[in-house]
Write a protein that binds this ligand. Sequence first.
Ligand code: MLT
Length: 403
Amino acid sequence: MFRINENYLKLGGSYLFSTVGRKAREFQAQHPEVEVISLGIGDVTEPLCPAVIKALHEAVEEMGHAESFHGYAPDLGYVWLRECIAKNDYAARGARITPDEIFVSDGAKSDAGAIQELFSLDARIAVCDPVYPVYVDSNVMAGRTGAFDAETGRYGGVLYMPCRAENGFSPSLPEEAPDVIYLCYPNNPTGMGISKEKLQNWVDYANSSGAVILYDAAYEAYITGDLPHSIYECDGAESCAIELRSFSKNAGFTGTRLGFTVIPKALVRGGVSLHDLWARRHGTRYNGAPYIVQKAGMAVYSEEGKAQIREQIGIYQKNARLIREGLSGAGYTVYGGVDAPYIWLKTPGNMSSWDFFDLLLNQAGVVGTPGSGFGPSGEGYFRLTAFGSPANTEKAVKRIQSL
Ligand code: MLT
């Protein structure tokens, strides 16, 4: 008999955002007269800023001439981009990350899914619950679905760390240390940030237990308060943490694809450098993000680029405030949305997350994301994104208010 990877059969029927998209399309087909507003998947709506567009045009032009044409990009990314990232995202924040510890990629989602390849199949994985589904699904695809194995004394599978209003959406450190801990701050989906002190606790915990933290900082550009933008702002993070970063949410690259992963050389487990393993993996599986896209990424760090993307982020932050204030004024209990582009609300009257999804779609023509799709502790919650256009965001809030 033909043998497929049966781990795939243990996944939910479809990826969360595919299900949400399908339901919205079905509703729209049945109700063509309704102007459906999507505040579901966190996809940006502002166009790429002028500095990025200019860089793209120039790079495309270069590709048309033999003397400035570029073929395969270097495995780890062009050195000019990695130097720029090290300077702007790390040195400027007091973090000691060198360009050769930065791996440029086609986005944080790809890296978030692939990074688990570095760990043994019986590694015990911990995730916050609710959680960005990619962390869990990629581990299930790899086969980390088992329970405690008395013979080996090891765990397989994924440990959920509940994050609900009762614990301020901030999990306590697990009593028994996992091998790998996924943390995402500012958080998707709850929209909550983490203080430097709390993040330092995680770093100390990982260093003393030998765990590795996979830190997803895709939403750091939305921080308004005095919170860490990178885990490497914490002492000792270089010896226990990998950081994932994205150009999608800060510079609108969701359709252009660019991100990077940082693996410090000081991160060694079982006598093996995780940096070397990832470099080996990158070399084998990856031929680099396109030259033109890396050039566009450089433009994000130019003075004009910085000013232009700041303005865009400001637009989304204003949307977040509008949703937060508009819904709490209408009696909803809302969380997040201050340091992140996501608003996490309690469903009214203890409705299930999917029932509220249906209600919102059918009666307000607004698409959000059911909290339970992010994990068991998301049941009874609902996520709205601030990435819609200002006009649609305002319309959606008014419609929800008048339900
Ligand atoms: C989300 O809506 O959670 C994100 O857009 C998904 C992603 O970044 O892949």
